[in-house]
Unconditional design. Structure first.
Length: 156
């Protein structure tokens, strides 16, 4: 739960202060706004409950698995989709969990999901010294939050 404490000496013409509540995570976020004040005669500390849905993004990849030989590459399509409204911040792509002597390259390396979502092409390349086996590779999207999806690559 978020608790906001607002201190302001500026008042609107009607004597009210304005507060914008913008939750960052996906889903409903609860918060409490507490305002303390005194007119010199009485002191008040009212509390107001807040609720809202933030804007975030999801990440997905297809295919979910690929098999390659040493020195070959696998292609994946990485999708970013907005959640809760238009997501107009850049999301940078990266990989983790790569086997040794393997690399990942995204085109583009970052993207903005906007209102309709977007995609990036991932080329996961292996080298001659990449070990044989099956590996879970995380494709990570980092924007205002961090989200990941796993794909599997088998090197023969």
């Amino acid at each position: 739960m978020l608790v906001w404490l607002v201190r302001s000496s500026a008042k609107a013409a009607n004597g009210e202060d304005g507060v914008t509540f913008t939750p960052a995570p996906t889903g409903t976020r609860l918060g409490t706004l507490m305002v303390s004040g005194s007119d010199g005669i009485t002191a008040r500390s009212p509390s107001v409950s807040l609720s809202g849905v933030g804007v975030e993004f999801s990440i997905a990849a297809s295919p979910s698995a690929a098999t390659v030989k040493h020195g070959q590459s696998a292609q994946f399509n990485v999708s970013l989709n907005p959640l809760g409204g238009a997501f107009n911040s850049a999301v940078a792509f990266s990989c983790s969990g790569l086997p040794s002597a393997a690399t990942c390259n995204f085109s583009p390396s970052s993207a903005i999901p906007g209102s309709n979502g977007t995609t990036s092409a991932l080329r996961l390349s292996t080298g001659g010294k990449t070990p044989r086996g099956t590996f879970n590779v995380q494709i990570v999207g980092t924007g205002t939050g961090r989200h990941a999806v796993s794909v599997q690559i088998t090197v023969n």
